[in-house]
Design a protein. Structure first.
Length: 118
C-alpha cells in the first residue's frame, strides 16, 4: 500500500493499494512516477522523462529498505508491505513490520497503522 504522509501536519492519505506480488522495483518505479505526476511542474516532468539521473524527483537507494520504500520530502509517499488490512467503519487498519539491523541480527517489530478512508 502507498500512503501520502506529512510529518508537519500528521496527515495521511491512501494513494493506492498495489498487488503484494509486485516486486520492490515495480513499487519504487510506481511511487516515483506518482509523485512526479502529482508534484512536479511540466518542465520538471520533461526532465524526469528525458533523464531520471538529472531529475530531483528520482528515487535514491537509501529510500528503499527491506520493509518500506519512501519518496519525496513533505509530503512523502511511503510504500508499506501491509500483511493484513482491516476496515473498521471509516478507518483502514494496516499491519506491517519494520526490520532493523543486518540480516543475521535483524530486529523485527510489528506495527499497526490507521488511516481514514471514505
Amino acid at each position: 500500500m502507498v500512503l501520502e504522509e506529512s510529518y508537519h501536519s500528521n496527515d495521511k492519505r491512501l494513494v493506492t493499494l498495489i498487488n503484494p506480488r509486485k516486486t520492490g522495483s515495480y513499487v519504487a518505479e510506481y511511487i516515483e512516477q506518482a509523485y512526479v505526476d502529482r508534484y512536479a511542474s511540466f518542465d520538471e516532468k520533461v526532465v524526469f522523462k528525458k533523464d531520471k539521473k538529472k531529475s530531483p524527483f528520482r528515487i535514491e537507494r537509501y529510500m528503499i529498505s527491506a520493509t518500506t520504500i519512501s519518496h519525496g520530502h513533505d509530503p512523502m509517499f511511503n510504500a508499506y508491505y501491509a500483511h493484513k488490512l482491516e476496515r473498521k467503519g471509516v478507518s483502514l487498519l494496516f499491519h506491517y513490520r519494520v526490520c532493523k539491523g543486518e540480516l543475521k541480527n535483524r530486529e523485527v517489530t510489528e506495527h499497526i497503522g490507521e488511516i481514514k478512508i471514505a
